[in-house]
Design a protein around this ligand. Structure first.
Ligand SMILES: O=C(O)CCC(=O)C(=O)O
Ligand SMILES: [Fe+2]
Length: 294
């Protein structure tokens, strides 16, 4: 019972209390006065609580403060460079507090209009700066960026038509968590903006972080994504971390160059939104991409 008291605020009818009590005076006057005299039990609180129970007098514990909650340390792996990042399934409250953008909750509200910088390209706050920084740190620590070639052993078909310099979530043990993220966060906004499309849980075989650099891969030529819809999360900022960059939708003749770290684009994949990654002219641009429902 004490366990639950610390979890939340409220009032509970309990079989035993100790240390501090408040007693209604009419109980004392009514002859229901508890007894401290039970043979063989030394602890006064235990004796007293038993006597109250025997007389049918209820005891309550009340709590108006939030003292915190229990964390689950079972899967916390200190050998990882960002152990917290891997905790969505096991410690969701901490994870959301650390990684979900404070304005994301409002995006789910049917009355909140989601920005559309280009036709059918939605743009909204999703994750925190800590998420962006930890994602980049995990990927740079792993360090095995693809070489940008068409042949790619990580893919089921072994071939990528429009390759990027990237690391897949699968390579750093984050594929399963990412599926949960798509289902519990991304899907909710998808169902709101692309009305009448339902696919639960979302499926995605390609979830990866892309690195653009002038001397490595500065840009990405126009292509369609192998997805029903794509999410493209900015992990860092133009004019701070790099110059140039952004995403251009060719048919719509519309570019988004003022992307913001922690905000994601969500756009249709394989037919209407032919798009390209614009050249990064200095610095490094990082984005996180998912091709949802291929
Ligand atoms: O650079 C961008 O924002 C576009 C990235 C992209 O289209 C892709 O990775 O498929
Ligand atoms: Fe793309």
């Amino acid at each position: 019972m004490t366990f639950e008291v610390f979890l939340c605020s409220g009032i509970w009818n309990v079989p035993y209390v100790s240390t501090i009590y408040m007693i209604r005076s009419d109980v004392l006057k009514s002859g229901q006065v508890p007894s401290f005299e039970v043979q063989g039990i030394a602890d006064l609180d235990v004796v007293w609580a038993k006597s109250l129970r025997d007389k049918g007098t209820f005891m309550y514990v009340s709590n108006v403060h939030h003292y915190g909650h229990l964390v689950n340390p079972d899967s916390y792996d200190t050998s990882l460079i960002r152990p917290e990042y891997y905790q969505l399934a096991d410690n969701r409250l901490e994870w959301e507090y650390r990684y979900i953008h404070e304005d994301f909750e409002a995006m789910k509200d049917p009355d909140t209009v989601i920005q559309q910088p280009c036709p059918d390209v939605y743009w909204f706050p999703l994750v925190t700066p800590a998420f962006c920084n930890d994602t980049i740190a995990i990927m740079e620590h792993f360090g095995q960026w693809s070489n940008g070639a068409n042949n790619d052993k990580r893919l089921p078909g072994g071939y990528e038509n429009v390759p990027t310099r990237d690391i897949h979530m699968k390579q750093v043990g984050l594929e399963r968590q990412w599926m949960l993220f798509l289902k519990d966060y991304i899907r909710l906004i998808q169902e709101k903006v692309f009305t009448g499309y339902f696919h639960n849980p979302p499926v995605s075989l390609m979830n990866f972080v892309v690195r653009y650099r002038p001397d490595e891969q500065p840009a990405l030529r126009p292509h369609h994504d192998a997805s029903t819809y794509t999410i493209n999360i900015a992990l860092n900022n133009p004019h701070v971390d790099y110059e140039g960059g952004g995403c251009r939708f060719v048919r719509q003749n519309c570019s988004i160059t003022n992307t913001r770290a922690g905000w994601t684009l969500m756009h249709p994949g394989r037919l209407t939104h032919f798009h390209e990654g614009l050249p990064v002219t200095s610095g490094t641009r990082y984005i996180m991409i998912s091709f949802v429902d291929p």
